[in-house]
Design a protein around this ligand. Sequence first.
Ligand SMILES: C[S@@+](CC[C@H](N)C(=O)[O-])C[C@H]1O[C@@H](n2cnc3c(N)ncnc32)[C@H](O)[C@@H]1O
Length: 322
Amino acid sequence: MTAGGTDAMSGHLPVLYAQVLDGLRVRQDGRYLDGTFGRGGHAGGVLGQLGPDGRLLVMDKDPDAIAVAEARFGSDPRVSIRRGSFADLATWDAATEAPLDGLLFDLGVSSPQLDVAERGFSFGKDGPLDMRMDPDADESAAEWIARADEAAIADVLWTYGEERMSRRIARAIVARRAEAPFLRTADLAAVIAANVPRRIKPGQKETHPATRSFQAIRIHVNRELADLETGLDAALDALRPGGRLAVISFHSLEDRIVKRFIAGHAKAPAGNRRLPEAAPFVPRLRIVADATRADDAELRANPRARSAVLRVAEKLGVEAAA
Ligand SMILES: C[S@@+](CC[C@H](N)C(=O)[O-])C[C@H]1O[C@@H](n2cnc3c(N)ncnc32)[C@H](O)[C@@H]1O
């Protein structure tokens, strides 16, 4: 790793690198978990601040990410590696037996996942229509597109992509698949593009018309929002009092879940005088950083950071006696 966290080998730039490390406030002998290893940009930064007694646990759904983790850190006795979803964090003894001092979820897809056409995430690079972060997961995007009914497709495009043309696109997908199945990303992107009117605001770069739909299908295929909700609950349980949770989101649906989760544990709900007195609110989190965004220098170096939002919270409470 070079200073600032650039991984020259894969060309992957970890977003909000310094802010994540500041937020986690890494202790030399602490235990940290990176639930979304990717190419290990942030994990490498945490490891660099740990002493010989520190521990770093890393997870990723993606076998390619895990292969990189093994190659980079597999021989380091301070590092434990697990392939799987952070939604299953509570089932990993290494993560839950001794409480954690810090935990990071850097959500969404990594640059290598987007850049390798064969992973099937990209409308810009033709590849098999897959989109699974975990290639062994139940259903690829092609399989889902082949079986879902029109209303379900429209619902996913609207709910996870906020795509205003969701019904029209769903109708076109169902009509086209009756003639030939969708097997390639470029094929699906072309049908979507033909059904989305071009909207270019003055001074703005045009986004590809399939951007919102591809995001929506990816979120659905990978159950990203359900995993996030389960993962946040598990993260809070796995942290020790004083431990820090850092989450980077890339779109408003994710960020809303993170914001509500943190606020729900940090702030007492507004009272309702008509309801009987509820049990007193006991906060479990303290907000450390509310919606940190990339600065101009980072945006120039890494345009993918433009939608990133970092939230950091600290677990409150008293350490349980050993
Ligand atoms: C934005 S990248 C992380 C980049 C990483 N912080 C770095 O600096 O290299 C997101 C990674 O999280 C993984 N991922 C997404 N959701 C996951 C989940 N629920 N459980 C485990 N890994 C997940 C993806 O496979 C991807 O590799």
